[in-house]
Write a new protein. Structure first.
Lengths: 699, 66
């Protein structure tokens, strides 16, 4: 019985223990479950992706989409922000109809959460910006703009975004103001009836957003330098997502407790900020940049969309039809400078010849042609200048190039110089044929390259108008003006002042010059120099680079040639020695083809030989046909004696070793030409011969 | 406006970009950066794109690529 009692007691005890264990287990699970619940509620990870200064570059959007999509799959708290400047920088987008449409479509597809207006977002004008804002599926904010009857509506200064669990992110938008003009860097006409107070001062009025949010972000298009000032003055901000200065902040750091970040530009980087909050308070924030050029995954749909946009037929849009072709720097430079002068209202505009990258415009002129004519992203810079200051610009140009290289609108100018290129006087003549008023200040436009590189006097520091040259040329061409006025136009002149005794060495029956189109055909100067080289070095073939001929200098038909005139015919480089040697016909042809392809035109003047280069329907050089002067074909396997300009041969490393048994002439080009002209006595019309020709297929 | 490139003060037009200041400083150095043989950074050692906007008083430094 006792045993049975004991067994019963044991059973009860075991039952109790089991019950207690079960209860304990339930309790533990309940405690664990409660803790987990608290974790979810209390600690939240928010990811903010950001881009800025896309400037119409769309190629990396398929990668951005992929990265954001992947993060959204694993985290419900993902945001994407844009710190402004969508437009200007890629003709594919900038000339889409309507302008900028690809960017809008891509950003809507990306499900962008918010954007601040950047200065270049005004570049297409307020009407287009208004349409962009209206059709964007995301808010576009800006705190430091006041709309007084402008086309756009007053933007919201800030927006508060919420996570699914109700955490609040306040985002304040700020735009850069130029210190000089007190407006954002864009054309003033694009921001009429808008007033822009100082961004940092305005931001301080929104300190209260700190209390109304869990995260307070400055979405800034102020530029990195001002972002730092903003951080110092406004520690209420948790993060500044920046733009405008195109700064690549690979490892974002805190200033005054504010994390400042910026993702370079052109969609080459995607910024990623990870913020951890506990009980609604930020406990950790860190940023990084993802280099999109090294990231390979892409969203296929967006990739296909981008490919469609890149095939923009608008670039073939015809702007005007020329009844007469425009050739050479003088005609094309006059057209380009007139465009800037007339569209932007300057008195005088200058353009360096080096920036004119076509030798001829003919027939239908398309948007693509204008980008080929001037492929640079240079902006137009305005200076208020006196005639004396303008002369310092022209003098620098002349002394630097040894010829008048600056093309001009609004005036004609004459450089009076000695045989040694010393400038003695510069005459500036207005469109009415009168000298400029020396007491007056003129509104002068330069491209930003000239404004930066040329050394000239100017009391006015100058200002970029934040508009490009290509756009103004397009606007000008669309105006359907009479462009035949440019045929044969000449606005820059050189006048040689004879000082002291000159030494006569010969006479010429034809004008000796590089002509209007030194890259478009043989020139009398090019033929003469190449002939002199060939004769002096006794080779089969001599080649002289078209670019070393001096433009805007001519020895007139029937004129006496003085030895002092010789240096005016070519640019002085590397003492202009001549290298001679032996070369296979195949290598010679290959060299001429390569140089023609590089220039997409005639790069070499020649003696002892003739050649024709052929272009495809796109205008690209594809083949070359070479004959000796006696019409015999150049044979690939035969070897020819050749003479090159030493500077150029040394530069063309790919051909250097193809020239065998090289030797350098004792005479330099000056001595070669001097001896040749003196020996010949009279330069005959044989230098007018057309030795090189470019055959362009019709479009 | 005035900016500094490698410690040298450069006076450049208002609204100039990084490339404008570099061109004014040295055309050769600009070409190295354009051709990605060198880089340009700000005072915090952050790389800058050539098309970036400048503000008065900024300092730029040209660095050899690692």
């Amino acid at each position: 019985m006792k045993q049975r009692h004991n067994n019963f007691s044991l059973f009860i005890t075991q039952l109790l223990i089991g019950f207690i264990c079960l209860m304990l287990s339930f309790n533990l699970k309940a405690i664990q479950a409660d803790k987990n619940h608290k974790n979810i509620q209390d600690e939240t990870k928010i990811v903010i992706f950001h881009i800025n200064d896309v400037h119409s570059h769309i190629d990396n959007f398929a990668k951005i989409t992929k990265l954001v999509e992947e993060e959204r799959k694993i985290n419900p708290n993902v945001f994407l922000m844009n710190a402004g400047d969508n437009f200007t920088g890629n003709p594919i987008v900038d000339h889409y109809v309507p302008k900028g449409e690809p960017i809008l479509e891509l950003m809507n597809r990306l499900k962008l959460d918010i954007q601040v207006i950047g200065n270049h977002d005004f570049d297409y004008g307020q009407t287009i910006l208004k349409s962009f804002i209206k059709r964007a599926n995301f808010p576009i904010i800006c705190a430091n703009v006041k709309v007084y009857g402008g086309v756009i509506s007053q933007p919201e200064p800030y927006v508060i975004l919420k996570t699914k669990k109700g955490l609040k992110i306040a985002i304040l938008g700020l735009i850069q103001i130029d210190e000089d003009t007190q407006i954002p860097s864009t054309l003033p006409k694009n921001i009429e009836r808008l007033v822009f107070p100082n961004g940092i001062e305005v931001a301080k009025r929104f300190r209260y957003l700190k209390k109304r949010s869990n995260i307070f972000i400055g979405l800034s298009h102020l530029g990195y330098e001002d972002d730092e000032i903003l951080a110092k003055e406004m520690p209420e901000l948790d993060i500044i997502i920046g733009g405008h200065s195109h700064t690549i902040i690979e490892n974002p750091k805190e200033t005054n407790g504010v994390l400042i970040t910026q993702a370079g530009a052109y969609g080459e980087y995607l910024g990623k900020i990870v913020i951890t909050l506990k009980n609604g308070q930020i406990i950790k924030k860190r940023g990084e940049l993802i280099d999109l050029n090294s990231f390979k995954k892409e969203n296929p749909e967006i990739k296909a969309l981008i490919a469609k946009y890149n095939d923009n037929p608008e670039l073939n849009q015809v702007l005007t039809k020329l009844t007469k072709p425009l050739k050479g720097n003088s005609e094309l430079g006059s057209l380009m400078t007139d465009a800037v002068k007339n569209i932007l209202g300057f008195d005088i505009v200058f353009q360096n010849s080096g920036g004119i990258r076509m030798n001829k415009l003919e027939g239908e002129v398309t948007i693509k042609d204008v980008y080929t004519l001037f492929p640079f992203e240079n902006e137009i810079v305005q200076f208020k200048m006196t005639p004396a200051e303008i002369r310092t610009l022209i003098k620098f140009d002349y002394e630097h190039h040894k010829h008048t290289d600056l093309m001009v609108s609004g005036i004609k100018y004459i450089v009076k110089h000695t045989i040694t290129n010393e400038v003695k006087a510069i005459e500036l003549i207005n469109e009415k044929g009168k000298f400029l008023d020396e007491s007056k200040t003129y509104n002068v436009g330069l491209n930003s390259y000239v404004a930066s590189v040329y050394k000239f006097s100017h009391k006015d520091p100058g200002r970029s108008l934040k508009t490009g040259i290509t756009d103004t040329i397009m606007q000008y061409l669309r105006q359907k003006r009479d462009l035949t006025i440019y045929s044969g136009i000449q606005r820059t002149f050189e006048e040689l002042i004879h000082e002291g005794g000159l030494t006569k060495i010969g006479k010429t029956e034809v004008e000796i010059s590089a002509g209007n189109d030194p890259f478009g055909t043989s020139t009398t100067a090019g033929n003469l120099i190449a002939d002199a080289m060939r004769c002096s070095t006794r080779v089969n073939i001599a080649l002289f680079p078209s670019r070393l001929q001096k433009r805007n200098y001519k020895i007139k038909e029937g004129e006496v040639i003085f030895k002092e005139m010789i240096p005016k015919l070519y640019s002085y480089v590397d003492k202009n020695r001549v290298i001679t040697g032996y070369m296979k016909g195949s290598d010679l042809k290959q060299f001429i083809l390569k140089r023609s392809q590089f220039r997409n035109n005639i790069d070499l003047q020649i003696s002892g030989m003739k050649y024709k280069i052929y272009c495809d329907s796109e205008g690209k050089v594809v083949s070359v046909e070479c004959h000796l002067a006696n019409e015999e074909k150049i044979v690939d396997s035969l070897t020819y004696t050749v003479a090159f300009n030493a500077y150029d041969l040394n530069k063309y490393y790919y051909i250097y070793n193809k020239v065998k048994e090289r030797s350098v002439s004792k005479k330099n080009l000056y001595e070669i030409l001097y001896t040749y002209i003196k020996g010949v006595g009279v330069i005959s019309s044989s230098i007018s011969e057309k030795r090189v020709e470019i055959i362009r297929s019709k479009k | 406006m005035k900016v500094k490139v490698n410690g040298r003060e450069i006076e450049i037009f208002n609204g100039a970009l990084v490339k404008d200041a570099l061109l004014k400083y040295s055309k050769e150095e600009y070409k190295f950066i354009r051709d990605k043989k060198k880089t340009v950074v700000d005072k915090r050692n952050n790389k800058r794109f050539l098309g970036g906007e400048l503000s008065a008083g900024e300092s730029l430094f040209i660095k050899n690529k690692n």
